[in-house]
Ligand binder design. Sequence first.
Ligand code: SF4
Length: 427
Amino acid sequence: MATETTKTRNTAKLKIIPEKYGATEYLKISCPLRYGIYGEISTPSYIFGFNRNGEIKTIQGRAGDWLTSAEWLKRTAGDDWQYFSAGGYAGAFNYTGEYYIPLLPYQTNSIFGQNAFKRDEVREAFAAWRRLQKEVEELELPDFSPDKQRFLKRILKMTPEKLRQRGELLHRIIGGMVTVLPPDTRHVEYDVIPVTIADGCLYNCGFCRVKTGLGFSVRTREAVVKQLNELGEFYGRDLINYNSVFLGQHDALHAGRDMICYAAEKAWQVLEMEKSVMKGPCLFFFGSVDSILAAEESLFETLNTLPFSTYINLGLESGDNKTLSILGKPVSAKKVDRAFDRMLEINRKYENVEITANFVIGKGLPESHLPSILELTRNRLSRFYPKGAVYLSPLEEIGDKNRLLTRFNEFKTLCHLPAYIYLIQRL
Ligand code: SF4
């Protein structure tokens, strides 16, 4: 049991700031930034950040064994933790397009190592968070100003059990976990509100680790509005920190113009995105070879007029028939070719719409695979274009990591579009 003296000693070490103002625009700079409005408690060894609901959001070490002041832990709305590694700023930017590499505690396709959560200093950071919760419990709340009392009470409500339940609640609202976010969500540090407008995908490819195995179906407008209302309640006081939406699941583009535009406009309205403190609202979703070829021109015309910048990420995988067949992807190279041309056309035509493409990279693929991607991403373009990123997604079998990264770097040098490694992240 803590004595009065220990209590005083502990609380004196806590610097409590109920409301802090971070950056209001997502920036790509080589030092860590906090975004939006948040609360903070700092100790001599750690800085703990809280969202406006009192949920722990970030932990950063500031002394002792903590690796570097440029690395931090971030908790998602789905109750996962991510470790943002600086990874040598230049190297990180080359591979991810950001000045960090997110390391994840679950099995994914990252080739940058996943041991951050086994490191002593990261385990110690979580232990410090548990200690902080006890210290906050022991505080004499009436000693604090009303705004600090309200802040501390919110934190006390968000026990680890409650945080876990909230992650589950988010998944219940949208009808399941987001098993993969589009790589473009890196532009908003993965801070997106997920809204499911369609389930499943068209192909159920053999190689894919995130497929549902079910067919494709579009949700009803009523179901989308119900989700949005529940999401508005779920994010509550923290809604003000969000201005971007992910329309799920794996091929929302195939849901068609009416549903996509309806969901985007409703999300803007119900989630009160106009009131967000963050600038530069974005809309993200996935598309496929068939859905981009079937998409009406009027979809892109409408998306171009929405208050969002729209990013659509297409799973193309390869421009080579032999590779597509090995991957168990039931589309032809000819179709991939047409989908890629359509992507270039849309990127040229619509200022507020950017289509990006995924291709796979890994061990044991035919020699014709990488040249087939270069045929599209180099030979089709007379010079380098900054719009329309190409992501290379590591397969389960990657072989020698260094060899793979070398191949990626060779590809990137030749590619006439921005090229990055695609890290599968869930929410
Ligand atoms: S790669 Fe895309 S289309 Fe293929 S199974 Fe996975 S989610 Fe579906």
